[in-house]
Design a protein around this ligand. Structure first.
Ligand SMILES: Cc1cc2nc3c(=O)[nH]c(=O)nc-3n(C[C@H](O)[C@H](O)[C@H](O)COP(=O)(O)O)c2cc1C
Length: 381
């Protein structure tokens, strides 16, 4: 099968993925919170970032390489952490980590993934980043950091934009619980998705395995909350300070959406800032991530990682042109995996490279450093 012909864009992978995962899983993974206005806002704002096409530049092959936090990468994109990734496609965490290691791109493992760091670290090799939802108890925090480090994760990402649980109405309507409980309605959906169902029979029903050993923490807290939220707190600057003391590797703070906290983040010793609106899953009243990027770029020399709504190579170069050093994608990798199994991530990787190469050719950008000079405007800015 010629993947380029059948799935030339992320939208093609998304359409096929939708036909291969049960509806309640789709509603979990493809949704945002509230009226989901952020999804459209991210898209519209990205579309407003425009470039000057170049003429008479002669032949060249654009160089997509970059460096981030002391490491060199052949391409400036990677895999963002996605909680319960293994419910979207069987064994998604290990499959994506293996692919990331083989292709030399970062892989973010979520605290609330369905596989623990011990199972994923060896697959990710040097490419693993561990994403932290900050545990309440200092003992749990220390234990989790030691486990992540021991499993080979040497970059820690503190997600700071989940101070409280978001509502995710569409996900709730879809019926996914944690752990997933197969009601007759959900079972009927599963029966219509044989490839997903067969895979799940092999891996078992996913749950948040990193948290298994802390489950007893649950007893002191409300019955209604699931363990993922029970171990989390709303962290503060002191928490970040303690984290900086405890973690010897690179430390990234994810979910920064304005320049306000930047100086304090620098002072706290973080190694990079991750500009993200969590793809609209946390707060429906936030602006588009790409709109926040220029002011954050102007406020710091720290490396900036960017995500939210990336749908192709053009979006990647848009973010890089506006000051990002690196771009992450969350859902797109899962569309690829659910659509095509293990053939999906390499196809998406290839597609993004082709897209970037074509767009950079159009605007005469020989390297990523040339991108900002080719910006025409950010319409409406
Ligand atoms: C299903 C799903 C689960 C997610 N879980 C997490 C998570 O556990 N931790 C986290 O920091 N971000 C999480 N994110 C946000 C991603 O890391 C990333 O910010 C976002 O997906 C990027 O936007 P994109 O999906 O449009 O590429 C999740 C996103 C999705 C779609």
């Amino acid at each position: 099968m010629d993947l380029d012909q059948r799935y030339p864009a992320i939208s093609d992978l998304r359409a096929r993925a939708r036909r291969r995962v049960p509806h309640f899983v789709w509603e979990f993974f493809d949704s945002a919170t509230g009226t989901e206005s952020v999804l459209g806002r991210n898209r519209r704002a990205l579309d407003q970032v425009l470039f000057h096409p170049a003429i008479l530049e002669g032949e060249f092959t654009p160089d997509l390489s970059c460096s981030l936090m002391g490491l060199d990468y052949a391409v400036p994109f990677g895999i963002a952490p996605v909680g319960m990734s293994g419910v979207i496609w069987p064994d998604a965490e290990r499959r994506l980590a293996r692919f990331a290691s083989a292709s030399g791109i970062p892989y973010g493992l979520s605290t609330v993934a369905s596989q623990p760091p011990e199972a994923v670290g060896p697959e990710a090799g040097a490419m693993g980043w561990f994403q932290l939802y900050p545990p309440r108890s200092p003992e749990v925090l220390k234990d989790m950091l030691a486990r992540a480090w021991g499993a080979g994760f040497h970059t820690l990402v503190l997600t700071a934009d989940v101070p409280v649980a978001s509502r995710r109405e569409r996900q709730t309507r879809g019926g996914l619980t944690n752990p997933p409980r197969l009601t007759p309605r959900l079972l009927a959906q599963v029966m219509r998705r044989p490839a997903w169902a067969m895979g799940m029979l092999k891996t078992g029903m996913p749950r948040m395995r990193t948290l298994d050993r802390y489950a007893e923490q649950k007893t002191s807290l409300p019955q209604t909350a699931h363990v993922g939220y029970l171990i989390r707190i709303m962290p503060d600057w002191d928490y970040l300070g303690r984290l900086r003391e405890l973690w010897q590797g690179k430390l990234v703070v994810k979910g920064v959406m304005d320049a306000g906290p930047v100086a304090q983040l620098e002072a706290a010793g973080v190694d990079a800032i991750w500009v993200s609106n969590h793809a609209g899953r946390q707060f429906d009243g936030v602006r588009a991530s790409i709109d926040a990027l220029p002011e954050i770029r102007a406020a710091t020399r720290l490396p900036l990682i960017f995500d939210s709504g990336i749908e192709g190579g053009l979006d990647i170069i848009r973010a890089l042109a506006l000051g990002a050093d690196f771009v992450m994608l969350g859902r797109a990798w899962h569309y690829a995996l659910a659509a095509l199994g293990d053939a999906g991530p390499p196809h998406l990787h290839d597609l993004l490279i082709k897209d970037m190469t074509s767009c950079m050719g159009q605007i005469g950008a020989r390297s990523l450093a040339d991108l900002s000079g080719r910006l025409a405007c950010q319409q409406g800015a």
